[in-house]
Ligand binder design. Structure first.
Ligand SMILES: NC(=O)c1ccc[n+]([C@@H]2O[C@H](COP(=O)([O-])OP(=O)(O)OC[C@H]3O[C@@H](n4cnc5c(N)ncnc54)[C@H](O)[C@@H]3O)[C@@H](O)[C@H]2O)c1
Ligand SMILES: [Fe+2]
Length: 360
């Protein structure tokens, strides 16, 4: 049996944010990070929404904490909005989603992503950090009502963000495609998201604006796939390492994904090979296609100037081994683990850590 629901209305294209003005809302609560206050885009988006009253919560930080969400939830409850808009990357969207969830108020939630990465605009996930543990909250009530994919918000996207959030998209697509809960419909979205992002990322990284919407749509498609099919060991480990070392989520996925593919190879060779062929990486035998997939991702990672190892990402390898027990334990407890095609075990995670850590 396969269940697939697309509750979120998606509006995309240049100027799509103007759709906020047609919602007839009166009280807007906008959740964003300080960058969008500084650029003036938060105020511009608020104006477009044409609400009589607006409150802006602009304290979102990367790896948002439960404490920050609690503060926002209290402000949201006090303000009593009828529309909540999240403007920003996965961090701002996850914060807004969690605030609405905990406030238990009936409001319309619109997500306006400004990175082409998390897919949070269409998912049932909100990733929050508590102490040194980063963990997804998963509930269908977290899924936004509206996703606005406006390419005009992507023109100033720095190269580094294109690269790291783009690798997040590729990782969502790969993990959803090989997940234990993958089905015909999630495969369709995951395959298209992967092929499309893989083909367009180098041009987007080089600054070509005309492909930016393509990667943006791929991010949303990958979100639609993984919110139904689940993710896997790469995300479980990215959450665990992210909570401890605060390397960006996309960079961690870029470092981990080829190693996780190698670890899962026996359990999902046919699926990985299918994805490689769909993206034009070739390989008639599954083993060759799978090798092509891993090598192509390593090549792309280099082309996008992403770190190859945790050490290159600034993490002291000695700290990784000192914290290995916690890292492995947190990864095994992460809900993403349960959909991985291979049953994750501590020794496999340690082997991946060895591959990605770099020299001690
Ligand atoms: N909920 C989900 O389904 C889901 C899925 C994957 C990842 N995540 C989470 O999302 C977070 C990562 O999100 P992200 O990668 O989008 O990054 P982010 O939201 O943490 O933003 C990173 C930085 O980019 C800046 N930024 C955002 N858009 C910009 C733009 N257009 N121009 C210039 N700067 C911009 C922000 O100000 C911020 O400083 C992680 O916490 C990750 O765990 C959530
Ligand atoms: Fe992710």
């Amino acid at each position: 049996m396969e269940e697939f629901s697309c509750k979120t209305k998606i509006i995309s294209g240049s100027g799509a944010v103007s759709a906020l003005g047609q919602l007839g809302a009166r009280r807007l609560f906008l959740v964003t990070d300080p960058y969008f206050m500084k650029t003036g885009q938060a105020r511009q988006v608020a104006q477009v929404a044409k609400c009589a009253e607006t409150a802006i919560f602009d304290r979102v930080r990367p790896d948002p904490t439960v404490e920050l969400v609690a503060q926002g939830t209290a402000e949201l409850k006090k303000f009593q909005p009828d529309l909540v808009v999240a403007l920003g990357g996965g961090s701002a969207m996850d914060c807004a989603k969690a605030m609405v969830y905990f406030a238990k108020e009936k409001v319309l939630l619109a997500a306006v992503p400004t990175t082409s990465g998390s897919g949070s605009e269409v998912t049932d996930f909100a990733v929050l950090t508590h102490g040194s543990v980063k963990r997804p909250l998963v509930d269908p009530r977290l899924r936004p009502d509206l996703a606005i994919l406006d390419s005009d918000l992507l023109t100033a996207l720095p190269k580094g963000l294109v690269a790291e959030t783009g690798f997040d998209v590729l990782t969502h697509a790969v993990e959803a495609y090989v997940s234990k809960r993958a089905g015909t419909l999630t495969d369709l979205y995951a395959r298209e998201a992967f092929s499309s992002a893989y083909a367009a990322l180098p041009a987007s990284y080089a600054g070509r604006q005309e492909v930016r919407l393509k990667v943006h749509l791929a991010a949303t498609m990958a979100g639609m796939a993984f919110t139904q099919a689940g993710l896997g060991l790469c995300h479980a480990l990215a959450h665990s390492l992210g909570g401890m070392f605060h390397v960006s989520h996309g960079r961690l996925n870029a470092i981990l994904l080829p190693a996780v593919i190698g670890c899962n190879a026996h359990a999902a060779a046919g699926k990985y090979a299918g994805l490689a062929r769909a993206a034009g990486m070739g390989g008639s035998a599954d083993t060759i296609a799978l090798r092509n997939l891993k090598n192509s991702l390593i090549r792309l990672r280099r082309e996008l100037n992403l770190p190859q190892t945790l050490t290159q990402a600034g993490v002291d390898p000695r700290a990784v081994w000192r914290g290995a027990e916690h890292i492995v334990g947190a990864a095994l407890e992460d809900p993403c683990c349960k959909d991985n095609p291979l049953e994750p075990e501590a020794f496999l995670i340690r082997r991946i850590l060895e591959e990605v850590t770099g020299r001690v």
